[in-house]
Design a binder for this molecule. Structure first.
Ligand code: UDP
Ligand code: MG
Length: 318
């Protein structure tokens, strides 16, 4: 018997949860030699998600749930799930069925073959997504893979099945600013990628606004690359060279033609441009500083307000 933990981060998922539970239990009960544990992490939902989870846990001993004191974000929910999971194999899955449970049998047999430590899923298209969002998403992946040595796979979902060994490695990364797509790749191990087409949400609404995604993208770059910091040095050097050439030009011109006391509009332009660059570079520094600030405070990544479910005879982890 393999113990399989399935971690499901839920934020306002009252509409999707019942369908999700029915679908996933149907698939999982057909898996050979598997003892499942469903670990729902309620990320401070404001709807009926928590009562639903209490009810599920009441009638199914394989269901456990954690509930946060407020919304801490999906990254925190996944981390809490990984910490609490007891399985030899651990899967992470969205509650909206965008991560098709029907892939689980294939993922399981790939892991059991012993050739892989992780089977992950990436979507190969972005059907049903606004064109502008796809455009920026693609640009983000191109950029982050240029500036970071950790490979971030385009279209990678957080849906994956991992061995206990890999999960323990992930748990060793206790950073506050968590960017899981990078963390999964950073820890290494042998990952097999399954490809699916994009599936639209079964019910409810996406929790990611365009603005939230932009912040997330920036956090990812800052967490997995220090290249932006180099921009300041490079630009500084470049401007020194330009300034030197300009000085020589001005001196020579004065010596040959004289009367160079004109041109204040160009001066203003140069001034504005250079101060703009300076502020931009200070801004980049500020971004790293703010992340460092949050990191050194060592605040907990999440706070649990309530937990429950599971087999009362079994010793429980937090
Ligand atoms: N989620 C979460 N906390 C959040 C936002 C989302 O736990 O602050 C969960 C959400 O309930 C879902 C998963 O993360 O199970 C993915 O969210 P969503 O489907 O809204 O994202 P999308 O698939 O649109 O990228
Ligand atoms: Mg979704």
């Amino acid at each position: 018997m393999t113990k399989l933990s399935i971690i499901v981060p839920c934020y306002n998922e009252e509409a999707a949860l019942p369908v999700f539970y029915d679908t996933v239990t149907r698939v999982v009960s057909a898996l050979p030699d598997v003892e499942p544990e469903y670990l729902f992490v309620d990320d401070g939902s404001r709807d009926r998600t928590l009562p639903l989870l209490r009810e599920l846990a009441g009638r199914d001993r394989q269901v456990r749930y954690l509930s946060f004191s407020r919304n801490f974000g999906k990254e925190a929910a996944m981390y809490a799930g990984l910490q609490a999971a007891a399985g030899d194999l651990v899967a992470i899955m969205d509650a909206d069925l965008q991560d098709p449970p029907k892939l689980l049998p294939e993922m399981l047999s790939l892991i059991r073959s012993g050739d892989y430590d992780c089977v992950a899923v990436r979507r190969v298209d972005r059907k049903g997504e606004p064109a502008i969002r796809s455009f920026f998403a693609r640009a983000f992946y191109r950029l982050i893979n240029k500036v970071s040595r950790t490979e971030i796979v385009d279209g990678a979902r957080d849906y994956r099945l991992m061995t206990r060994q890999m999960v323990d490695s992930i748990l060793q990364l206790t950073e506050y600013n968590r960017f899981s797509k990078g963390i999964f790749s950073w820890v290494g191990y042998r990952t097999h990628w399954l490809e699916t087409e994009n599936i639209e949400r079964s019910a409810g609404q996406t929790k990611w606004s365009f603005f939230k995604l932009c912040i997330y993208a920036m956090d990812g770059i800052i967490a997995f690359s220090t290249a932006p910091l180099a921009i300041a040095s490079v630009l500084g050097l470049l401007f020194c060279v330009i300034a030197f050439i300009a000085i020589v030009f001005v001196i020579v011109r004065q010596l040959i033609w004289g009367g160079s006391a004109y041109g204040w509009p160009s001066l203003v332009c140069i001034l504005l441009f250079v101060t703009g660059i300076q502020l931009f570079c200070i801004g980049i520094l500020g971004q790293y500083l703010s992340k460092t600030y949050l990191e050194v405070k060592r605040r907990p990544i999440y706070i649990i307000r309530e937990s429950g479910g599971g087999d009362p005879d079994e010793p429980q982890q937090p």
